[in-house]
Design a protein around this ligand. Structure first.
Ligand code: PAF
Length: 281
């Protein structure tokens, strides 16, 4: 398996594929890989001539220094997991210096308002950090297809907007959320939950499923009220937000119209921040 931490060397190997227009698949990650990541990697490996997986904990997208410090870093185990999909996958695991050349700062982006709500409102600067690193990675890898999980649905829409605005010829492909057997959305942050909290966290999906069910015959305000009451009755959770928004512009929706809607949630459980979402129609 080829593993690079130098962007120029990676670009040299990839130029052989670019020159003959062979499709390059790309799965950007921050490591601590779980089955959700592996399903993206498997899909990319099946749809492209070569797949690149980046493993890089990007400092500029963390608004909370403790979250950055505690983010799990498990490179050796990640490489072993990737090998179970295929040993032909290329891993790119750069240092912060390699990606930022000594200037660890974000560029500023406008994503036509997609960045203003939910994660953008609660994690100031987060999407500038995501935009900065994804643009840098896209410029190095020059993928044909890039795969992102729908758990970070707002990030997925923002990356699609980034590619549109920068005129990058990349297909950004959203992939369904992978869940544990108890319904908890797979996330690298789940590793920081105790066994008991991991079971408790399954309540997030149960409440989202009930919200989905209620949205069939209740207005969105009543659904929101139900979710707030449900979490207030569950000890240990602190809510950042629960929002119902249109999938295309992510603007909060007050009542159902002709669009596709999703319910989005961010909660803390024992200081671990968990997000999830569910389609409503
Ligand atoms: O979703 C993630 O893991 C990160 O936000 C990404 C896309 C790898 C950028 O750092």
């Amino acid at each position: 398996m080829l593993i690079f931490n130098n962007k120029a060397r990676l670009a040299t190997v990839l130029s052989d594929y670019i020159n003959v227009k062979a499709p390059i698949g790309f799965v950007p990650t921050m490591g601590a890989l779980h089955d959700g990541h592996l399903s993206l990697i498997r899909r990319s490996a099946g749809e492209n001539e070569v797949t690149v997986v980046s493993i890089f904990v990007n400092p500029t997208q963390f608004n909370n220094p403790e979250d950055l410090e505690k983010y799990p870093r498990t490179l050796d185990a990640d490489i072993e997991k990737i090998k179970t999909v295929s040993d032909k996958i290329i891993v790119f695991a750069p240092t912060v210096y390699e990606m930022y050349d000594g200037n660890t700062a974000s560029a500023h982006f406008s994503f036509d308002g997609l960045e203003n709500q939910m994660e953008g409102a609660f994690r100031p600067g987060h999407f500038d950090g995501v935009g900065t690193i994804v643009k840098k990675l896209f410029e190095i890898v020059q993928p044909t297809n890039a795969y992102f999980g729908e758990k970070d649905f707002q990030q997925l829409q923002i990356v699609k907007k980034l590619v549109e605005k920068e005129g990058m010829p990349i297909n950004v492909i959203g992939c369904p959320i992978s869940r544990e057997a108890n319904g908890l959305a797979m996330s690298s942050r789940n590793e920081r939950l105790s066994g008991t909290d991991r079971e408790k966290a399954a309540g997030i999906y149960k409440i989202l499923k009930e919200a989905q069910h209620r949205s069939k015959d209740q207005d969105f305000a009543s659904v929101k009220q139900f979710v707030h009451n449900a979490f207030a009755a569950l000890p240990g959770f602190t809510m950042d937000y629960f929002e119902i928004a249109a999938e295309d512009d992510l603007k909060p929706a007050v009542s159902e119209g002709k669009k596709k809607y999703r319910a989005f949630i961010a909660v803390f459980l024992s200081n671990v921040r968990l997000i999830d979402n569910i389609s409503l129609n």
